[in-house]
Design a protein around this ligand. Structure first.
Ligand code: 5GP
Ligand code: MN
Length: 320
């Protein structure tokens, strides 16, 4: 556990960053910590650095204060690296890791081997946002921080549904609810509400999905030109892989979208038999046992064939 007040003694400047293509947990944990520092440590100059924030998260306070450009000259006493399994996943914010006087990593990725001066890595935790709540003093959590952190927990637990949701997750969520937030509004606006075109592309991906391996594996793929046609961004595809894995008899869902010609972002989800973080790590990615991803070159068919081999061997071996 990190003693935050002690870590902040004598600190003048703090930078906070999360992983590239930030998701709900990366955004929520970074903004949650940011609001907490702003409120309780006004003498510290704090800033959050993240890549472009998807539309759905714009109701979270502080999104408009997030910086997208890394300064040329870095003068930073303490760098918080949140929800980021390795230095590469920091993107340009990796500069802080190299130049800050001290780095604290807070993360829940099983593939994170620890690259800070202080590491608080708990693979069993639902989310980095949950870990951030654990290190904060409950009565000092401002409303804005509570909204951001609650959103982070909601997203990484699939609205308290995934197996990573523990009694402690609910206790941390309860602390946040007691700050007076409207949890239902946050869940609907950031997780469930979609535009009509988002609905259409979800429907298309489901319509065109294929069952493989006696119905144990389900696969779908969205091409760049389809995304352009529906005018959707990559974050608008969030949720497709979760719907796919919720199909009767399916153990593993594989969803790809094209990032550039012959390059694909892979998302995998597993119900109970397969450790998809091991599969993703084999191709340079990472994540969690039940949710992992990587980037792979080749046509969708080639990528699928490569992924199926280790998945089949885990399914057949019954190994984890
Ligand atoms: P998603 O499928 O939602 O993009 O990601 C699922 C999980 O896998 C997330 O925890 C995410 O951080 C992790 N993940 C996704 N893509 C990559 C990747 O390319 N590299 C690593 N290390 N982790 C990834
Ligand atoms: Mn996370």
């Amino acid at each position: 556990m990190i003693e935050l007040a002690k870590e902040l003694e004598g600190v003048r400047s703090v930078a906070i960053a999360g992983h590239i293509r930030p998701d709900g947990d990366a955004i929520g944990s970074c903004l949650g910590l940011y609001h907490y520092l702003k409120k309780n440590y006004p003498e510290i100059e704090a800033a959050v650095y993240l890549e472009k924030i998807p539309r759905a998260y714009h109701i979270i306070p502080g999104v408009d204060e997030v910086r997208h450009e890394i300064p040329q000259e870095i003068d930073c006493d303490l760098f918080f690296c949140l929800d980021c399994a390795d230095e590469f996943r920091l993107g340009d914010a990796g500069a802080f890791r190299k130049q800050a006087k001290r780095t604290i990593c807070i993360d829940h990725h099983i593939s994170n081997s620890g690259f800070g001066d202080v590491d608080y890595i708990v693979p069993d935790a639902s989310s980095t946002s949950e870990l951030v709540v654990r290190i904060l003093e409950e009565e000092k959590i401002p409303f804005e921080a509570a909204e951001a952190l609650y959103m982070g927990i909601v997203h990484d637990t699939g609205v308290f549904r995934h197996s990573c949701t523990s009694p402690e997750t609910m206790e941390m969520a309860a602390r946040l609810m007691r700050r007076g937030i409207d949890g239902s509004k946050i869940i609907n606006a950031t997780y469930y509400d979609k535009s009509y075109y988002q609905r259409l592309i979800h429907g298309k991906a489901l319509m065109e999905s294929t069952l493989l391996e006696d119905g144990k594996v389900i696969f779908s793929f969205v091409r760049r030109k389809e995304m352009d046609f529906f005018d959707v961004e990559t974050s608008d595809l969030d949720g497709i892989v979760e719907t796919l894995v919720g199909t009767y008899g399916v153990e593993v869902a594989i969803f790809l979208y094209e990032t550039e010609p012959d390059m694909n972002k892979v998302s995998m989800r597993s119900k109970s038999l397969v450790d998809v973080s091991r599969v993703a790590q084999q191709f340079g990615g990472g994540g969690h046992v039940r949710a992992a991803g990587c980037n792979m070159k080749g046509t969708a068919y080639e990528v699928l064939q490569q992924l199926l081999a280790p998945i089949k061997s885990q399914l057949e071996g019954g190994e984890q």
